[in-house]
Design a binder for this molecule. Structure first.
Ligand SMILES: Cc1cc2nc3c(=O)[nH]c(=O)nc-3n(C[C@H](O)[C@H](O)[C@H](O)COP(=O)(O)OP(=O)(O)OC[C@H]3O[C@@H](n4cnc5c(N)ncnc54)[C@H](O)[C@@H]3O)c2cc1C
Length: 397
């Protein structure tokens, strides 16, 4: 498909994952003519116990953004508390929404229904055209940007004034523009699944830092079903992926110290490699921006990936609200600097946290425990931490 003459305010969004779909909807609502490109409509993932096995934790800020574009999925599960403890320690931390005057810290949302809501909204939005195909090349110029799409061997060209790449961790746009990335290999994989627990989850997100990596039991709308994100070494992940269901449940009960009683049943497991990466810039050309996982990929231990992507979008919308001329150079400089700095801070914090909890030196263990105990006695500091985690405050902006 080829398009002649550029519409005023024409934008191509490459990638219709959560960040790309929300970006296309937000810009369409502002009156931009948006073309969203993806390989296809999202397909439902692995499901069990009536749930999608893939879940993401969303902050109140992300929820507000999704509500704004009328794409908030109806089955979101609010979590009101978070309990964090570790394998070698005696201290534990509990964060409570009530301590910052909120009724929840965030929500656990199944990815398949979230994408379905977003795509239904896209299909109903008159300012959005959907184009299916794989991005294979990008040609930015002073007057506009051209995106080449491969659709079953046929190459089509799309043109617009601005290209926003939301095409994920292996972004084809980023690669076509030779944007360098820094990559931190974690040597870890996340094993994910959904489990049925003996005791109710009490609307609490449970996270235990094991020496091998953090284990999270995340609540759903069913009080006895939790989604599991268990980061661990590649070797351990290989072993645990191969266990029979009953053995896996027993291992998980031990690893979670029976915080929800016995793990009674587990859905099929999936394993994802965990790497952190950061692109050298969020604005590789005057007419190209990188958002979401195309810009940076973070370790899932703090459930931040999509939230950071939605934060990129919120910042982009603030720039647009102040008025932006796509034809003028330098329009995105501040935005790009801020997003890179924010990403760098989050990547380094998560790397530091993972290393701190993965260290079995007894002195480090003692320091960690004392630190957690000290932190646990300081309500004001905990309140600040909750505000940061829920997006009510942003220390790095
Ligand atoms: C185990 C695990 C647990 C996680 N838990 C959380 C959590 O609790 N909270 C959280 O916030 N984040 C979490 N994340 C991270 C989160 O899943 C990602 O940050 C999020 O999916 C990124 O969204 P995105 O829209 O930027 O990219 P993606 O979701 O990767 O979407 C990219 C889109 O681009 C399309 N695309 C890719 N290449 C091309 C191409 N060449 N041409 C056309 N289209 C293309 C794809 O089809 C896809 O639709 C987790 C990640 C993992 C691995």
């Amino acid at each position: 498909m080829s398009r002649g003459g550029l519409a005023t305010g024409s934008v191509i969004v490459a990638g219709g994952g959560p960040v790309g779909a929300a970006t296309a909807l937000s810009l369409a609502e502002l009156g931009f003519t948006v073309t969203l490109v993806d390989r296809g409509r999202p397909q439902p993932g692995l499901a069990a116990f009536g749930m999608d096995v893939r879940n993401v934790a969303l902050s109140p800020q992300s929820a507000a953004l999704l509500q704004q574009v009328d794409a908030w999925p109806s089955q979101a599960a609010a979590y009101k508390k978070m309990r964090v403890w570790e394998e070698r320690g005696t201290s534990q931390l509990e964060f409570d929404a009530a301590s910052v005057g909120r009724s929840e810290l965030g929500w656990l949302v199944e990815v398949a229904p979230l994408l379905e809501r977003l795509w239904q909204a896209l299909e109903a939005q008159p300012n959005v055209s959907l184009v299916f195909g794989s991005v294979v090349d990008v040609a930015p110029a002073d007057t506009g940007v051209t995106l080449c799409i491969d659709n079953d061997g046929k190459i089509n060209e799309l043109q617009a004034q601005l290209l926003i790449a939301c095409d994920g961790a292996n972004s084809a746009v980023r690669q076509a523009l030779n944007v360098l990335i820094r990559n931190w290999q974690t040597g870890q994989m996340a094993v994910t699944t959904v489990v049925r627990t003996e005791r109710p989850h009490d609307d609490t997100a449970w996270q235990r830092f094991l020496l091998d990596g953090p284990l999270a039991l995340l609540p759903s709308t069913n009080p006895h079903l939790c989604s599991i994100v268990w980061s661990q070494s590649e070797v351990q992940a290989g072993v645990r992926m191969g266990l029979a269901d009953a053995d896996f449940c027993a291992v998980l009960t031990r690893a979670s110290e029976g915080c929800l009683g016995q793990i009674q049943e587990a859905a099929p497991r999936q394993a994802f490699p965990l790497n952190q990466q950061l692109a050298a810039t969020a604005n590789p050309h005057q007419r190209v921006l990188l958002l979401g996982d195309a810009l940076r990929v973070v370790h899932p231990l703090a459930g931040l990936g999509v939230n950071l992507g939605f934060e990129d979008l919120q910042e982009l919308l603030s720039v647009m609200a102040r008025g932006v001329d796509f034809n003028l150079p330098g329009q995105w400089d501040k935005f790009a600097r801020q997003r890179l700095l924010r990403s760098e801070i989050m990547l380094r914090s998560l790397k530091g946290l993972k290393e701190l909890y993965g260290n079995d030196n007894p002195w480090v263990g003692w320091l960690r425990n004392s630190g957690v105990g000290w932190f646990g006695r300081r309500q004001w500091l905990q309140r600040r931490a909750i505000e940061e985690a829920t997006g009510l405050r942003n220390f790095s902006s």
